[in-house]
Design a protein around this ligand. Structure first.
Ligand code: ADP
Ligand code: MG
Length: 360
């Protein structure tokens, strides 16, 4: 039988405010699952409920067929790593790591062996005698991760563990968290508001918005087949363009109006019965065309900024400001032609904002 972590219909109210609404999902042992959501979407509350630090208003959590209801945090076989490290300031790194092992009454030699193994894995051997205030943010977080791992839990919960670190450290520690996860083969739930972190770490991503799951899918499907415009703009930020447009004709080809020109956009398997749609596309999938043809869109350049490697160009399609890249500088007010890569287009219903064509 497959080993599973099952979250069943979890809801949470603070006073009368509903911050988690009927959350259900299931993860297999060994998968790295990232919960991605904006600040205030309920990510920390969900992790705290799984860890037993907060009581759910409704629902169940089951790990390996064991219901966690009424189990204290220390009985749950779940370890949590926090954004602010939460180390005990009066204890050395080693004492912090050893604490939960001492509580479990292990022999001193086996405690030392475990600490040694985990310190090698996280490269903190030289820091074990130091106190938290003698460590940098990245070192503190390594110690906090070691403290969680040394217990050998079934399930790891990471609550934005890299948010307080600067870029270089974030990348190093992110790679290490992924490596440790692969080695330990546990349930890992990792919370972040950073879409790049989510895409690079996850086997599967859960998109959370206002306490509800909007989509749970592989990173590739989240990018290529976002369930709605919210997911598309959130995971592709800041390079996602939306174009409000009218359908000129929908038969075997979808023809739309862009800057007063009718262009064929994509082939259709069935006609769309709509007048208006929203077209979504990443900046990388818009190309400047040196010739104009029936598929090119005329556009006047509004701004052109150097990015360090190329130029980011902006202009209007209908009433929407869109951006794309150019190899060369283009003067403001130049009239150019662009094309939208058909295989990278998403089409959304302009009222419901749901994606309406299932396959490209
Ligand atoms: P996230 O981690 O995604 O930023 P949180 O889970 O911390 O979101 O918070 C979700 C919502 O629940 C927020 O609106 C927050 O204000 C509210 N909330 C969190 N903890 C409490 C609490 N102890 N009492 C009342 N409201 C809370
Ligand atoms: Mg939080």
């Amino acid at each position: 039988m497959k080993k599973l972590l099952e979250i069943k219909n979890i809801s949470k109210y603070f006073q009368n405010e509903c911050v988690l609404k009927n959350i259900s999902f299931c993860i297999e042992k060994g998968t790295f699952t990232v919960i991605l959501g904006a600040s205030g979407s309920g990510k920390s509350t969900l992790l705290r409920i799984i860890a037993g630090l907060e009581k759910e208003s409704q629902g169940k959590i089951i790990i390996n067929s064991i219901n966690l209801e009424n189990k204290l945090p220390k009985q749950r076989d779940v370890a949590m790593v926090f954004q602010d490290y939460a180390l005990y300031p009066h204890m050395t790194a080693k004492e912090n790591i050893a604490l939960t092992l001492k509580i479990s009454k292990l022999k001193k030699t086996s405690i030392n062996k475990k600490i040694n193994d985990i310190s090698n894995l996280l490269q903190i051997n030289h820091l074990l005698h130091k106190y938290p205030n003698q460590l940098s943010g990245g070192q503190k977080q390594r110690v906090a991760i070691a403290r969680a791992m040394v217990r050998n839990p079934q399930c790891f919960l990471f609550d934005e563990p890299l948010s307080n670190l600067d870029t270089k450290l974030r990348i190093d520690l992110k790679d290490e968290i992924k490596r440790c996860h692969q080695k330990l083969n546990t349930y890992t739930l990792y919370v972040t508001h950073d879409q790049e972190e989510a895409l690079s770490l996850a086997d599967q991503i859960i998109i959370l918005d206002k306490g509800q799951i909007i989509q749970m899918d592989s990173p590739e499907n989240i990018i290529n087949y976002p369930t709605n415009l919210f997911v598309a703009t959130f995971v592709n930020s800041p390079n996602y363009n939306i174009i409000n447009t009218t359908i000129y004709e929908s038969s075997s080809t979808l023809n739309i109006t862009c800057n007063n020109k009718q262009i064929p956009l994509i082939s259709l398997s069935s006609k769309l019965n709509l007048n208006e749609i929203i077209v979504g596309i990443r900046s990388e999938h818009i190309k400047i065309s040196h010739k104009h043809s029936n598929t090119t869109i005329p556009l006047k350049v509004r701004s052109c900024e150097f990015t360090g490697s190329n130029w980011k160009v902006k202009g209007l399609i209908n009433s929407n400001m869109i951006s794309f890249y150019s190899d060369k500088k283009i003067n403001i007010n130049t009239n150019i032609n662009i094309t939208l890569s058909p295989s990278h287009i998403n089409i959304f219903n302009h009222k419901t904002l749901n994606r309406i064509i299932k396959e490209p």
